[in-house]
Write a protein that binds this ligand. Sequence first.
Ligand SMILES: Nc1ncnc2c1ncn2[C@@H]1O[C@H](COP(=O)(O)OP(=O)(O)OP(=O)(O)O)[C@@H](O)[C@H]1O
Ligand SMILES: [Mg+2]
Length: 517
Amino acid sequence: MDTSPSKKLVEMRDIVKSFPGVLANDHVNFTLYRGEIHALLGENGAGKTTLMNILYGLYRPDEGKILVRGKPVKIGSPADALHLGIGMVHQHFKLIPPHTVVENVILGLKSPRFKLDVGRAAHEISDLASRYGWKINPFARIWQLSAGEKQMVEILKVLYHGADILILDEPTSVLTPQETRGLFESLKKMREEGKGIVFITHKLEEVFAVGNRVTVMRKGRVVATMSMEKATREELARLMVGRPVLFRLEKESVEPGRPVLQLEDVHALGEKGVPALRGITLIVREREVLGIAGVTGNGQLELAEVATGLRKVTHGRVVVDGVDVTNKGPRAFIEKGIAYIPAERQREGLVIGMNVAENLVLRYYRYEPFSRRAVINWRMVDENAEKLVRKFEIVTPNVRETTRHLSGGNQQKVVVARELGGRPGGKTPRLVVAMYPTRGLDVGATEYVRKTLLRYREMGSAIFLVSEDLEEIFQLSDRIAVIFEGQIMGVVRPSETSYEEVGLMMAGAKRLEEIPA
Ligand SMILES: Nc1ncnc2c1ncn2[C@@H]1O[C@H](COP(=O)(O)OP(=O)(O)OP(=O)(O)O)[C@@H](O)[C@H]1O
Ligand SMILES: [Mg+2]
């Protein structure tokens, strides 16, 4: 990589940005070169998104200077940023669901090209996509797309506007491993073309897979910038968290107890009215983690929703602690002690406009001690919030902060804290249904959540873990069930299988021998 001054695309100098009660960026220096993938790492709330929002014109810095291609600039809006060739894809997508791909891509394009010729734009978008090895139907509507495809559209939008400075904020957190590999290939192609890419992630192996250099932020400051040749996993983790991070989990061997959740020949329909679950039979017992491995979109969401009463089954039975709760609705499941960490925090996990304390009792406010005779006891709500914020290290100025103002990872921590620690009376859940529970969490918080899940397992909870991260599945699970097109391809023990075998089953290979439940 060429780091001569003429290759500097962006230089941010001494950037300061504060919000009420928070110093989000504290004299930050950051440089991006042509032909570079620059990884940006740091704990949840470290200030990564804020720094990039400044570069993208969403926030004005309180102090500091920005140079783009050597020239000092003022970036007052995303339109200014795009004009300077800077594009950003956010942690939470900003596409408009009822519109088509082509409409979303050309949206906000003020140039006369807009007058337009949608047909031509569609053509250009297809061309652009195929240049990076993607396939997309320009006339598909956004709501019909998978998370991976939506992200592709976001990136295409930025490229279509001619950006050569690309900011990707945790792009891989919603991608399948295959999609992630595809994205990396495209990013490398862009790098070869001389584009500069800022890549925010919490996954260290990804930093090593594509990064040229890495910058680590901590509590609003840059603590190191280095080339990847000089970096090690341990060193980066330590820089981020300020202490060494264990990459191994201690897992006690415990005997599973009685069945908590039993699914018997369950069938259910998916969002689009097509069969999503086709005869699923599974048991999760006390003191046991059942991992569900599979490529996203093979029925995991529907399975988790059936297990939490949010989705009706069209056939079969759902039994919790020996009681038939088939199609009894989510309240019956909550009252049975089922905690649920949903996949999409901003859509299903939180009410983003409400404050942290309110979100921390969201599913439980109607029960004692949070309310009595339908009157909410705000003192208890606040006490509960203070306790959980401390325990889960949620970074927020106070418990009355609007959840929207929290960093992405801290929003996730609010959901996890409520479900794992926020049940009325501090009771341990009977069953935890956890979908991608560590999505968007930094290495320290990931470690904490995994430990907490294992602690509950030891205390007697049943854990139903859906994850795409095979490492996570293997580390935590006692048994792994592999789902493919709404059916279970087999159930295996992590010690008696391999990533390869599970990978094959995820692609639809059925395992003939079954292990006893
Ligand atoms: N619009 C806002 N209003 C108030 N506070 C904000 C706002 N945006 C960010 N913050 C605060 O600034 C700090 C840095 O947040 P930022 O989103 O930059 O973190 P991050 O490094 O991207 O974290 P994560 O890994 O969790 O996404 C946090 O404490 C956050 O609460
Ligand atoms: Mg962020």
